[in-house]
Write a protein that binds this ligand. Structure first.
Ligand SMILES: O=C(O)CCC(=O)C(=O)O
Ligand SMILES: [Fe+2]
Length: 167
């Protein structure tokens, strides 16, 4: 990221807002009905970074230049996604990965670990990516807890994203 080693640890070394979720996806129902094979719709994670441990079934996809690219399972490997917090800290230099899961013929299992800041942490573009390189901040600052609440409230509506704080 162009930041000193250990930066993320120094920014937030409190692990109490981290989260690990175990997920199970049922097989593709193989109907023609639209969106029926979506196991987890397109989204970005609210985390700093996310680690995905998936089995061999597949279905995880990442959006790149308008195309969905499968993140094929590789035995013994972990998928690492950049989340919204890094996008804001880096003032958009690093983008939160847009991803989804499509259902495959088999039952899929994954463990998803979200490395998050503490809820009382302020999230804002860092000087290294703004003042120090003559770039205007693209987000106003917000408390991490506020953002989690915003996302929880908007779950059933168009999902909230970090663009809510865009300047
Ligand atoms: O199950 C997966 O592989 C990914 C799930 C996911 O994107 C999430 O929990 O945010
Ligand atoms: Fe995700």
């Amino acid at each position: 990221m162009g930041l000193p080693p250990g930066f993320l640890r120094d920014y937030n070394n409190d692990r109490s807002f981290d989260l690990m979720i175990s997920r199970r996806y049922f097989p593709d129902p193989a109907t023609e009905e639209e969106n029926k094979n979506i196991g987890f719709g397109q989204h970005e994670d609210a985390s700093c970074i996310t680690f995905i441990f998936q089995d061999g079934i597949g279905g995880l996809e990442v959006l790149k230049d308008g195309h969905w690219i499968p993140a094929e399972p590789i035995d013994g490997s972990i998928v690492v996604n950049i989340g919204d917090v890094i996008q804001v800290l880096s003032n958009d230099k690093l983008k939160s990965a847009t991803h989804r899961v499509v259902r495959k013929p088999g039952n899929r299992h994954s463990f998803v670990f979200f490395l998050n800041p503490h809820g009382d942490k302020w999230v804002e573009p860092l000087p290294e990516f703004t003042a120090e390189i003559d770039e205007a901040p693209r987000y106003r600052r917000f408390l991490y807890r506020e953002y989690l609440e915003l996302r929880a409230r908007n779950k059933t509506h168009p999902p909230a994203s970090v663009t809510h704080y865009a300047i």
